[in-house]
Design a protein around this ligand. Structure first.
Ligand code: FDA
Length: 337
């Protein structure tokens, strides 16, 4: 089995921002233009209202993004992905933990994940959120939990990706990542968010990184907010990472960025084992299939567990068709189906 996230170096149109004007026209062309604009307007309103949507509705709508409540669900999904030539990284949902015991329990679940991945012979690593391991509760507890997971994974030849959360955690997360590397663990990697203004600087010296746009709401003073600026910083950072020889997990479903990434890796003459694409479970699977068919490595982020709410809200807020889904679910609910 190749633990490809280990291989290097371990082997180691979103709606425009123009104001939306709904013009009533009777012609078919007019309607064709008006309906998408109304939907886009509705999408934005629903994204703002998502926290008010009842939890059972959020759970139904987000089920495509989450393997299920149990480890068996995640293992079943990873088995299917592996059979399709895709790699995986398993996330134990748990960012809502509020006690030391809960944080230890999440760490314990990661040990179970690692053991079961071995037992099942599956090609996957794990992704951890430091808040789930206790970052906001007790720094030492978080470090100990992280180190225990990284050590266990290293013994099994598996990779641990430290997810990046909101900006209040950026510095502490990068410090703990560097601490693990300084302690000799090569099976651990960081995540950089292209919307953060500091990212290009943070990229310097990092040799194994997942690059994503970033999902948390951050102030303008520290983060790009303009869609095209985020894309531009993504490409700049990717170019720098590739130039410094980093192994990059290119995490995006944005067609423009996928095309730019293909250009960058081709121009650098990278072989298929020197980078990978990464996508979220349930998002653009057909594009993922095409990348795999073209010979690229693709890793799917597979979350499971009972702490599904925050993750689900983030995925729903990014779904361009959220208004249609919420409306459809409401109608089905009214019809009792
Ligand atoms: P964008 O949001 O513009 O989406 C591009 C297109 O993809 C959309 O037009 C739509 O077609 C489709 N799409 C995207 N999201 C969808 C959804 N939920 N439902 C349906 N279709 C959707 N962030 C972070 O801050 N820290 C982290 O550690 C990570 N980790 C991470 C791992 C992996 C593997 C991925 C792919 C992403 C992350 N992210 C993340 C999330 C990331 O920052 C970003 O919020 C999402 O990937 C969406 O950004 P895109 O680049 O896909 O562009």
């Amino acid at each position: 089995m190749s633990h490809s996230e280990l291989s290097e170096p371990y082997a180691a149109e979103r709606e425009s921002s123009r104001p939306l004007v709904v013009i009533r026209r009777r012609s078919g062309t007019g309607l064709r233009r008006t309906i998408p604009r109304v939907l886009a307007l509705l999408d934005r309103a629903i994204v703002r209202l998502l926290p008010a949507v009842p939890r059972p509705v959020v759970q139904r709508l987000s089920s495509r993004y989450i393997a299920g409540p149990n480890l068996e669900d995640a293992l079943r999904v990873v088995r299917e992905l592996n059979a399709q030539g895709k790699l995986a990284t398993i996330d134990v949902l748990g960012e809502e933990v509020s006690s030391d015991d809960e944080a230890r329990a999440i760490a314990g679940q990661y040990h179970d994940v690692l053991a079961e991945l071995d037992a099942a012979g599956l090609d996957a690593g794990v992704s951890v959120k430091l808040t789930a391991l206790g970052l906001e509760l007790d720094h030492d507890l978080c470090r100990d939990n992280l180190e225990a997971v990284v050590r266990d994974a290293a013994a099994r030849g598996r990779f641990v990706r430290i997810d990046m959360e909101d900006s209040s955690t950026t510095e502490r997360t990068l410090q703990l990542y560097r601490l693990m590397r300084d302690e000799g663990y090569a099976n651990v990697g960081a995540v950089l968010q292209a919307y953060m203004r500091r990212t290009l600087e943070d990229a310097s010296g990092i040799d194994n990184v997942r690059l994503c746009k970033g999902i948390y709401v951050e102030p303008y003073s520290i983060a790009y907010r303009d869609f095209d600026e985020v894309r531009a910083n993504y490409v700049r950072t990717l170019e720098q990472l590739v130039a410094q020889g980093a192994y990059v997990g290119i995490a995006t479903h944005d067609e423009y960025l996928i095309e730019q990434a293909l250009r960058v890796v081709r121009a650098a003459g990278l072989s298929h084992d020197q980078y990978e694409f990464q996508m979220l479970l349930g998002v653009r699977p057909e594009r993922g299939d095409a990348l795999v068919a073209d010979g690229h490595r693709l890793r799917i982020y597979v979350p499971f567990g009972t702490h599904w709410y925050e993750y689900s809200l983030r995925r729903l807020q990014e779904n361009p068709k959220i208004a249609g889904y919420v409306a459809g679910d409401t109608v089905r609910g009214l019809l009792g189906r």
